[in-house]
Design a protein. Structure first.
Length: 252
């Protein structure tokens, strides 16, 4: 059974940092499990952070602009073609991890056959992996426009400010119907020691469930290399990891 984790939040909140470090935590905990990193953010930042060519996107397949590594096999149905094309744009990260980048998404209101074909092919692809981590655009709606998939855990990454808490509340409201029965909560990011109590009081004010807190990291704040990996962030994720509804019997 596939475990799906969606990382949402406003641009600049630290979504990609959380997604990439969460991947590192999963990889260390479950080295034998297969993981799909799904970059659904319009900035394609997760793909960039791994040094991958983000021109290879799901949108490229939809628009007919993707240049394939090999010739297109003959005698395929359109559905088989889409499934084959998705395989062509997968980027390997390690022996058990792949990355896929969506970029622009079509609307679910579009009656074009390609919309359903991509949805069905993505569902099939996602269900092949043990763990899928989505780096999302703002909330879950944009992901849903691309693929209708059950999300087990939704993390709303937010800064410890009143303005960010208000926005997190909106993201929670917008995402609730797409998260279905999955777990949803806030991860407070870049929290300085002096701000911890204030951060919790702000989230209580807006009735937000706090799943975890990540301390401010000077090395990330000063870094411009795009790596986004931090031992401090990984330690913080490991601290709140056990609050998440992860089916340990499936992942142990």
């Amino acid at each position: 059974m596939t475990l799906t984790v969606a990382v949402t939040g406003k641009s600049g909140s630290g979504k990609t940092t959380v997604a990439k470090n969460m991947f590192s935590v999963f990889r260390k905990a479950f080295p034998e499990k297969t993981i799909l990193l799904f970059d659904n953010d319009l900035t394609c930042e997760l793909g960039h952070s791994f040094g991958k060519d983000v021109r290879k996107t799901i949108y490229g397949i939809r628009s007919g602009k993707h240049e394939y590594k090999t010739g297109i096999p003959a005698n395929m149905t359109k559905q088989e073609y889409v499934e084959w094309a998705l395989e062509d744009i997968l980027e390997p990260i390690d022996d058990n991890t792949d990355l896929i980048v969506s970029w622009l998404s079509g609307s679910k209101d579009c009656r074009c056959p390609i919309t359903k074909q991509i949805n069905d092919a993505l569902v099939k692809l996602i269900n092949r992996y043990d763990i899928v981590i989505f780096d999302c655009e703002f909330d879950l709606k944009y992901l849903y426009q691309l693929v209708d998939i059950q999300i087990d855990i939704t993390l709303i990454v937010t800064q410890p400010t009143v303005e960010s808490a208000k926005l997190a509340q909106r993201i929670e409201e917008y995402s609730a119907k797409y998260a279905a029965d999955g777990q949803m909560g806030v991860v407070l990011n870049s929290v300085k020691n002096d701000d911890m109590q204030k951060a919790y009081s702000v989230t209580e004010q807006y009735d937000l469930s706090v799943l975890g807190m990540i301390p401010f990291d000077d090395t990330l704040a000063e870094s411009d290399d795009g790596e986004k990996l931090s031992e401090n962030v990984q330690n913080a994720i490991e601290q709140f990891y056990y609050r998440l509804n992860i089916p340990r019997s499936d992942l142990s």
